[in-house]
Write a protein that binds this ligand. Sequence first.
Ligand code: TXA
Ligand code: MG
Length: 319
Amino acid sequence: MHTVTGTDLNEAARLLRAGETVAIPTETVYGLAANALDPASVLKIFKTKKRPEFDPLIVHIPSPEAVSLYADEFPEQARKLAEHFWPGPLTLILKKKSIIPDLVTSGLDTVGLRVPRHELTLELLRSLDFPLAAPSANPFGYVSPTTAAHVHDQFAGKIPYILDGGPCGVGIESTIVGFEDGACTVYRLGGLSIEAIEQVGGKVKVNVHVSSNPRAPGMLKSHYAPKIPLKFGNIQDLLKEYGNLNCGILCLNRNFEIKSHIHTVIELSPEGNLDEAARNVFAAMRSLEQSGVDVILADTFPESGLGIAINDRLRRAMA
Ligand code: TXA
Ligand code: MG
């Protein structure tokens, strides 16, 4: 199959209506999209990604008004978060309607819904009469793509079209929030910070511990991993242990001494801005992987704002 990269919304829509998969830009990461209401189309996503069918997909909708088409309930707490943060990096787990195929939700009675904040993809969604199921457009377990070129590197020859919307503005996946017994629970840390959610919705529970979590299989321990070893911790300690190797160093900014000059250093934000760091973290993992270093040493990021989600991704990349 020949893979075309472009900005042709009509072509993307035509392929999706014909039951094909198309890579789409969002503000978080690129997604591999298909008609969420058609199991045969959705199956192609699982096949292309080599994704196990027990890992449910997020369904992308054009506006909060579409929630009632696919979810049975839209609790007040969820409505409030949607009002504040959609379009944006927030996925809401809601009781599903039967129109959503079981394959999309891995047999769960809930569905993850989200309105992405990307003009091209919103326009695409508005032009279709079905929503788009879309996991991140990377092989299962590998680093998520934040540019059209990343998608092409992985899926050239396997999908017909990549809708190019430029580099992703947020850079890590959406924060996933569910509502159980009236409590608001975060299942996956992501591009919307806990602080931001709590300012609007009050105190939330965070339930994202690394072991296999049946509610959010995306939380499987080994995930987001590059193809070379990645060590995560205090950079000084890591350098003591691995400094004799050819290291790729990933840090917020360079506030430490490095003795060897052979190491490659990527500062994710010289100014120490955690949003900027999140935007660049996956691209940096890819570029270190390709640079020929033996091992990636990732420093611990400050535990605030998106630093919490960055640490989560690095911890999983190490597993
Ligand atoms: O930012 C994002 O969320 C990106 C873009 C493309 O929208 N998508 C994304 O999808 O990260 P994916 O497949 O890589 O992660 C989806 C995760 C699943 O692994 C699962 O943990 C969770 O969403 N999920 C989906 N439906 C769920 C449900 N009904 N209950 C609990 N978790 C669910
Ligand atoms: Mg993913």
